[in-house]
Design a protein around this ligand. Structure first.
Ligand code: FAD
Ligand code: PYC
Length: 417
């Protein structure tokens, strides 16, 4: 029986203001599922949707320790692009970009995907060489990306300061026009509603404490705060907390967890036409449809599970933004937050099988997994359903950290680590 989301009026305890908020009716856990997905972010919910839609597997539960979309999916700065360096990554991120295209129609939910162009600024010779290498590599892979002079960059984004007197003058930029932004929480809600309509259970406020294995070593289910829930297969998609969950199954992951912070300004009229990223000055910026400037930092310098992050970073980021866009000098910050990202040594994700029978993992997206959401979800669902990787996620194995066949995308991550 399909269950649909309802809307409820929520009152803010501090201000007394009320607003509409999507209310999700939590499912009661069944005794045994064909598949349990740990983590109701965009990736986990999307995988449940594609399992149901493309593989006919509907006896599926997505379990989250908090509320759906409350992890990085609802905390990120929504940049979507596919200008990664290596062939493997170009295929994966471009697959995602293709799926973003029809996603609102597919889910009958407006994810507000907007191709407004993502421009990456070069401030020194190293940046110029590195981004031009990316432009050439992308074009060989059929991924759009082009090089702009500083003047062309300013014409595309008028608030940009290209004065040669700037501390880090703009020496040019790489522009991907098919790239852009989407509304992050709508992605979680859209996938959740579409998956639930096909029979998937979504169980919120239910931390998974451990993955249980049987005498033959294969997974049998998960221990949760609501008790044991059985499953034939388990897929862990618990960004930031993957190592902890996987350790309970005896699998040690090559991951470190860092806070990544972001903030929004007070809302203003449309003033910023695209997305701009500057890894050298350490900031990225776009303007949401609500009018807020959406601004993000590099990762904190220390590992942590704090979803707030440390103080000096936001100051540094705001200073960087004011340096590149002096017109924002007098803007006020509205709110800031952090999320926990898990980072692999080569800054590429892991999607696939694990040494444990019927245990799958999707993690290591670090600072850049929002853009991948439909592609990661789609290929994870294929892997779980068939027991074998989809050709697109086949290179993104856990095993590559043993064999050394790495996919080093540190430069394309474009966020300071
Ligand atoms: P999540 O949305 O984090 O979902 C994982 C879920 O697992 C969470 O809901 C969590 O509650 C749950 N969970 C964890 N442990 C347990 C447990 N034990 N039991 C049950 N549930 C559990 N990417 C981009 O592409 N572009 C960007 O502009 C961008 N900006 C970012 C800015 C910030 C500030 C942050 C923090 C991240 C940013 N990212 C960006 C990265 C991106 O947000 C993530 O890679 C992506 O959202 C990961 O999606 P997910 O579904 O895997 O994870
Ligand atoms: O991967 O494009 C990205 C990104 C931007 C901000 C954080 N991640």
């Amino acid at each position: 029986m399909p269950r649909y989301s309802a809307f409820a009026v929520v009152k803010n305890a501090l201000t007394g203001h009320t607003r509409w908020r999507e209310q999700w009716p939590d499912a009661q856990p069944k005794k045994e599922y064909d598949v349990i997905i740990v983590g109701a972010g965009g990736h986990g919910l999307g995988a449940a949707y594609y399992l149901a839609k493309e593989h006919g597997i509907t006896n599926v539960a997505v379990i989250d320790k908090g509320w759906l979309g409350g992890g990085n999916t609802g905390r990120n700065t929504t940049i979507i692009r596919s200008n990664y360096l290596y062939d493997e990554s170009a295929k994966l991120y471009d697959h995602a970009l293709d799926l973003w295209d029809g996603l609102s129609q597919e889910l009958n939910y407006n994810v507000m995907f907007s191709r407004r162009g993502v421009m990456m600024l070069a401030h020194n010779v190293h940046d110029v060489q590195s981004f031009q290498r990316h432009v050439h590599s992308n074009r060989l892979n059929g991924v759009d990306n082009r090089w702009l002079s500083a003047e062309e960059a300013k014409a595309f984004c008028p608030p940009l300061n290209i004065s040669p007197d700037a501390r880090y003058p703009v020496m040019g930029a790489a522009l991907q026009m098919r790239a852009g932004t989407a509304r992050h929480d709508a992605v979680a809600w859209g996938y959740a509603r579409a998956a639930a309509a096909r029979g998937v259970d979504i169980i919120q406020n239910c931390p998974v404490i451990a993955i249980r294995r049987g005498p033959d070593g294969a997974v049998t289910g998960v221990d949760t705060a609501k008790g044991f829930i059985g499953a034939k297969k388990v897929a862990v998609s618990a960004a930031g907390h993957t190592s902890v969950v996987m350790e309970s199954a005896g699998v040690r992951m090559p991951l470190e967890s860092f806070p990544l912070q972001a903030l929004v300004s007070e809302p203003v009229k449309p003033v910023f036409p695209c997305v701009v990223m500057s890894n050298t000055v350490h900031a990225y910026i776009s303007q949401s449809d609500k009018g807020e400037l959406v601004i993000g930092s590099g990762t904190d310098q220390y590992t942590s599970y704090s979803q707030r992050g440390g103080l000096p970073l936001i100051e540094h980021t705001v200073a960087a933004i004011c340096e590149i866009f002096p017109i924002f000098n007098r803007m006020r910050m509205l709110r800031k937050w952090g999320g926990i990202v898990d980072v692999t040594p080569d800054r590429s994700a892991i999607i696939g099988k694990t040494p444990v029978k019927n245990l799958f993992v999707n993690c290591g997206w670090g600072t850049g997994g929002f853009k991948a959401t439909p592609g990661a979800a789609h290929t994870l669902a294929h892997t779980v359903a068939t027991g074998e990787p989809h050709p697109i996620n086949a290179p993104f194995t856990l095993d590559r950290f043993r064999t050394g066949r790495l996919i080093d995308e540190a430069a394309a991550a474009a966020v300071a680590h």
